[in-house]
Design a protein around this ligand. Sequence first.
Ligand code: 2M8
Length: 433
Amino acid sequence: QVPAVRGAGVVDDLDRGARRVLAANWRQCATVPAAALYPHQWSWDSAFIAIGLRHLSPARAQRELESLLGAQWRDGRVPHIVFDPHVRADAYFPGPAFWRSGAVPGAPGVPTSGIVQPPAHALAAWSTYLTDPATARARGFLPRIYPRLVRWHRYLTTRRDLTGSGLMSVVHPWESGMDNSPAWDSPLSRVIPVPATAFTRRDLNHGVAAERPTDEDYGRYVRLARDYRDAGYADSLQVHGFAVEDPLCNALLAAGEHALASMAAELGRDPQPHLAAAARLTAALVSTLYDPAAGMFFPRDAHTSHLIRTYSVGGLAPLVVPDLPVAAELVRTALSDRFRLHEACPLPSYDLTAADHDPGRYWRGPGWINTSWLFWHGLRLHGETALADDLRRRLLDRVRTAGFREYLDPLTGAGHGASDFSWTAALTLDLLR
Ligand code: 2M8
């Protein structure tokens, strides 16, 4: 049954609408983020999708994560895309022919990309388990998923600690999940773009150019991905023209270690190593990326060791870390003019006071449901119940009015990007609970 939809995207029944989107975007063992624009499985999308799917079908949520972790490489990396071999080769760029994972020893049988995305998976797996432990036990979910998550985190905390700071680096803007964030402008300015004639973008067949990254951005993305591929996906500062210690990824890693500790305890193992890893990551995050004068976390350029002082929503993400000592300061920054937590919704991806804030262009201003969900989760974790409830109510109102869009203007609520976007639907289901 299709729920009644009026006008541009008004959804009368959010629960039924979200279920419809997730049913339509489900393929055999995973959910695509959006049918036309993103027709394969994406890494951190699957984590957010599982968080919603667990309310619909715990078994399906478990399969979502198992299929992604099933494509893990021998070195522990979990690829940012697992390609569906049944989808036309020219449906998405860059596809399997670009990444050439088949030629890499230790890559799985199924074609994948060679870069990663923010590690939201341990958090998602533990939430999924908690929703229905009986089904999870019957399916052997934790014994199957836990060792893979441990190897995934080990890859990030060892091979991706490029500076010795104890923090992981992302080595491509796509790895940050916030592809064209203004935070990456400065480190990217050193990367020489390949000419736009050297590749064919497919995203513009399904998205409006003004809402997507530019050709010049893509030229740089292609250059970085090609260099990494041609170096056999080896990790070192020499290989990576772009390397950034990102607060969002490191916060998810720390929060993920807490989740791994809970899983270990449930499996009768020692949770202590995970708690120690979480404490180490939290300390490194605060001592290296937190600026007390700004009340904000900033990314750090691994090549120059300088903080990149742009206010992106990724710098608020450490609120998801359970023992964060600067939670109150971060909430204050979210309430300031830069993010206007009380009224802007979803939380803007980028500083509302910045001259180059663009409310319709991708990660350069619009609000996203996943980063808002993370902040909502963090508010609850740190006892900010009233703020959390208010944010939750306004997020649901926004989706009700705009539909399950990929991103929204944080001040007007106008929808942008893909329609029927999976993590918007999945996290709506979670917020409704
Ligand atoms: C966007 O990124 C992909 C590349 O990975 C793209 O633009 O083609 C980002 O919003 C990313 O965070 C997201 O995971 C992906 C799929 O939804 O789309």
